[in-house]
Design a protein around this ligand. Sequence first.
Ligand SMILES: [Zn+2]
Length: 291
Amino acid sequence: MFCKAGIMKSHILRIVSIVVLMGVSVLTFAQDLLAEQAPMDRQMARIDSVVLSRLIKAELYEYPADDLYPEWSNDYAHKYGNVAMPDSLLIDLTGFCMPTENTKVNDIFGYRPRRRRVHYGLDIKVERGDTIRAAFDGKVRYVSYQRRGYGHYVVIRHPNGLETLYAHLNAKLVAENEVVKAGDPIGLGGNTGRSTGPHLHFETRLLGKALNPALFFDFPNQDVTGDTYLYVKPKKKVYDPSDPDTYYKVRSGDTLSRIAANKGVSVKQLCKLNGITTQSTLRVGQVLRLY
Ligand SMILES: [Zn+2]
């Protein structure tokens, strides 16, 4: 099995809870024999705490990351810009399962000059029909089909705050609002949507914002990058005329969207700061203010 780390952890948790319960029943038996009444309250307290922790866990999966997200909705894959990002968030990566056994990364996250668009995920080579698995415990929030985009795809929200998206699936094996465990099969690898060969397009998003999946998952080594990942909101740059990073000199082949993606600013901001529109022609050597 390739889900060693993740599955092992839940096994250990299960064993620990069985041992705790066994301990309680052995204790009950021994104490019944001795007809001692006093420790009963203590036992009840221990059983209560087991029940309580189960309830807390069930709650976690009813609305995962409830404190972070303003709503649970089955109406969209992801939203942009409507929610303020937290200043920082410690994301728990333990209990993971790699979504696929395949290790070959076909395409990385970020701007792709060749296609002049931003790639919001990682492309992992898979064979049609390969099992695709949930990366963490969680609850399926959105299941859909996009003929010219994601193809068959699934979005899962996890208690650690991340949402994972699995696209170009041949088949979907889960339904919206279904609770899944890390490693549960959620789809089959495929080539649906805008895709030129069977692969898994895998996204990791925080409050809708795409973060590089390579920050969390190391596909070639089938592992996570650590037990936790500390997300820190990038500092908003302010206008500083003495800072050369405040400006950008247009190069051959540049477009507004390319510059915006590379510099982490919006096209709208570029237009506003430089008195141009999306229809304006950029000249090579033209200097644009970025912040
Ligand atoms: Zn992709």
